[in-house]
Design a binder for this molecule. Structure first.
Ligand SMILES: Cc1cc2nc3c(=O)[nH]c(=O)nc-3n(C[C@H](O)[C@H](O)[C@H](O)COP(=O)(O)O)c2cc1C
Length: 361
């Protein structure tokens, strides 16, 4: 669980428990000011560990995990994470209140700090399982799902959704959705600020074609001042994050954090009041290497981890060489961290080369 400065094992009497829960909710609430969006095939545990070396404070979301997978699948593979990843939220996909309650409980037992319900994904596979964005058409069901999840756990249960779906995209319908789901007691909503089309657009197109409407999310915040409203979609700089934070409670960033992770490097200073020195790209890579070595020893193939590093030097001289070297070498059988050290040297100054020489001596 997120570190509140209080040992949860020593929380005995109801009063202490209340203080613990309050501190916990405040800590996770602070980190929600800036979060990294759930992204299938991107925000796996390796990516989250890597991002945590860049920002100690942003809230990290897992990829979406379907209830069926949690109930019947390999939980260690699906839910395992490193304690360094706190604060971390588990995103689940499903539409059955009992299954979702069970999965929320499992998530809490595994140590997650928040459980988030996906009501925004428009993919066909998700629709055929009757979850994701198509649930926007059934606000009462979402209310019942979130209510059952909240009854099952002590950690926050949140909803990530869109601002509309298909022809159900009027502001009144969105208000009805939020009002109905809030009846469950849910206080925290993240909005991808564009609608989704359930037919005719691929998931990728659904992240690009429907126009962004930040004003609608701001308006929801004005109309529901007691709710915590997080805005998401198309945000690519910390200045934009700061601008949104003047209007809503939190900002969630997806693709920019994946393709250009170093843009997060100043986030702890700007949004969380941290004062520790900002590590360089090379220092981050260097700090990541022991984790990678450990994972390789456990049987992970290098390219499963190295693919997340492709954007580390985005926009820097030598970025292309870095990407190409990794793409050409990390997939090879028995490839080890020497591939990343060599790639790092290719984009490094003499000074940074010393970092790798020290690492391997
Ligand atoms: C590759 C990829 C996978 C995604 N997977 C999920 C997911 O599992 N759950 C979810 O709620 N949203 C998912 N999304 C949507 C993102 O969470 C986010 O809402 C969207 O990318 C818009 O934010 P951005 O413009 O900052 O990327 C995914 C997006 C991408 C690019």
């Amino acid at each position: 669980m997120i570190n509140t400065g209080i040992n949860p094992k020593r929380v005995g009497c109801p009063c202490d428990r209340l203080v613990f829960l309050l501190s916990f909710y405040m800590a996770i609430g602070r980190s929600r000011r800036f979060s990294i969006a759930p992204m299938m095939d991107c925000t796996d545990r390796h990516e989250r560990y890597f991002l945590r070396l860049i920002s100690k404070r942003v809230l990290l979301y897992t990829e979406m995990v379907a209830t069926g997978a949690i109930i019947h699948g390999d939980r260690t593979r699906l839910l395992g994470f490193d304690p360094i990843e706190h604060p971390i939220a588990l995103q689940v996909g499903g539409s059955d209140p009992a299954d979702l309650a069970l999965c929320a409980q499992v998530g809490e037992d595994w140590g997650y700090d928040e459980i988030n319900l996906n009501v925004g994904c428009p993919s066909d596979r998700v629709q055929s399982g009757l979850f994701g964005a198509c649930l926007m058409k059934e606000p009462e069901r979402v209310r019942d799902c979130v209510g059952a999840m909240r009854d099952a756990v002590n950690i926050p249960v949140t909803v990530k959704t869109r601002i509309g779906v298909d022809d159900r995209d009027s502001y009144e319908e969105l208000v009805h959705f939020v009002q109905t789901v809030a009846e469950s007691g849910c206080r925290i909503f993240a909005f991808h600020a564009r609608k989704a089309w359930l037919q005719g657009l691929s998931p990728k197109e659904n992240r690009e074609v429907p126009p962004l409407s930040y004003d609608i999310v701001y308006r929801i915040k004005r109309d529901f001042p007691d709710l915590d409203i997080v805005i998401n979609g198309g945000i690519t700089s910390l200045d934009e994050v700061a601008g949104h934070l003047a209007r809503v409670d939190g900002v969630m960033v997806g693709r920019e954090a994946y393709s250009n992770p170093y843009f997060l490097s100043d986030a702890d200073h700007r949004f969380f009041g941290e004062t520790r020195p900002i590590p360089s790209r090379h220092e981050i890579l260097h700090a990541y290497l022991p984790y990678i070595s450990d994972q390789l020893e456990r049987g992970t193939r290098l390219h499963h981890i190295a693919r997340h590093l492709i954007g580390l030097f985005a926009g820097q001289p030598g970025a292309k060489t870095w990407r190409r070297y990794i793409s050409e070498n990390a997939y090879k059988k028995d490839a080890g961290i020497e591939v990343l050290e060599a790639a790092g040297e290719l984009v490094g100054s003499p000074d940074t080369r010393r970092i790798y020489a020290l690492a391997s001596s």
